[in-house]
Design a protein around this ligand. Structure first.
Ligand SMILES: Nc1ncnc2c1ncn2[C@@H]1O[C@H](COP(=O)(O)OP(=O)(O)O)[C@@H](O)[C@H]1O
Ligand SMILES: [Mg+2]
Length: 183
């Protein structure tokens, strides 16, 4: 996958399948220390120790329609390819946290890509889930939290066209502003 946002979408789809109500995505970019860290957490069903231990097998999946589970192994491979590290923590009935660290300037480190699209797909999921997105760039931070937006929207649904456009703009500009030099 040539965009980190697609890996993030894939990992979050596991969270939705695991009945999560809240998905937390934290991205931390640190240029001086040369890392790009992605942490995705959910409050879903979690995994048993057995399931968790089977993650070392790249062809592991608990789905029965297709034998090969790829979302997690692909994300892990992407991080490892960039001299990074990868970790999955999970507690049954509590939730799961997946973290991937990449070397920021590694030639194979994919760009973030259309994270606004990824977040929109998660928000517009048929089951109402909340999404917390935090993006740190050096010492600046952008936060997007559907729980805060729900309060402002009152009863206007997330599916409202103008709401969708507003959210996407907010995310795009929020991230763009992080990377602007402070003068
Ligand atoms: N957030 C999660 N919560 C609970 N179980 C998970 C989570 N992420 C992954 N899993 C478990 O790990 C398996 C492998 O995930 P993945 O590599 O994405 O393959 P797939 O989704 O195609 O099965 C899933 O089938 C599921 O059992
Ligand atoms: Mg998956």
């Amino acid at each position: 996958m040539n965009e980190l946002s697609l890996h993030i979408l894939d990992i979050c789809q596991n969270s939705i399948k695991a009945d999560a109500n809240l998905i937390t995505i934290i991205i931390e970019e640190d240029i001086n220390n040369n890392f790009y860290k992605i942490i995705i957490g959910d409050d879903g069903n979690g995994m048993s120790e057995k399931t968790l231990s089977e993650f070392s097998d790249p062809f592991f999946t608990t789905r029965s329609t297709r034998k090969v589970g790829m979302g997690v192994p692909l994300f892990k491979m992407a991080a490892k390819m960039c001299n990074g590290s990868f970790n999955v923590d999970s507690i049954l009935e509590k939730g799961t946290v997946i973290s991937a660290i990449f070397e920021h300037n590694h030639i194979d480190r994919a760009p973030l890509g259309d994270i606004d699209e990824t977040l929109m797909i998660l928000i517009l999921n048929e089951r109402d889930i909340d999404v917390y997105y935090e993006h740190i760039f050096n010492n600046k931070k952008y936060i997007f939290d559907t729980r805060e937006i729900r309060k402002v929207l009152n009863n206007i649904p997330f599916t409202d066209y103008s709401v969708i456009m507003w959210i996407k703009d907010n995310i795009k500009n929020g991230i763009k502003n992080l990377q602007k030099e402070v003068t």
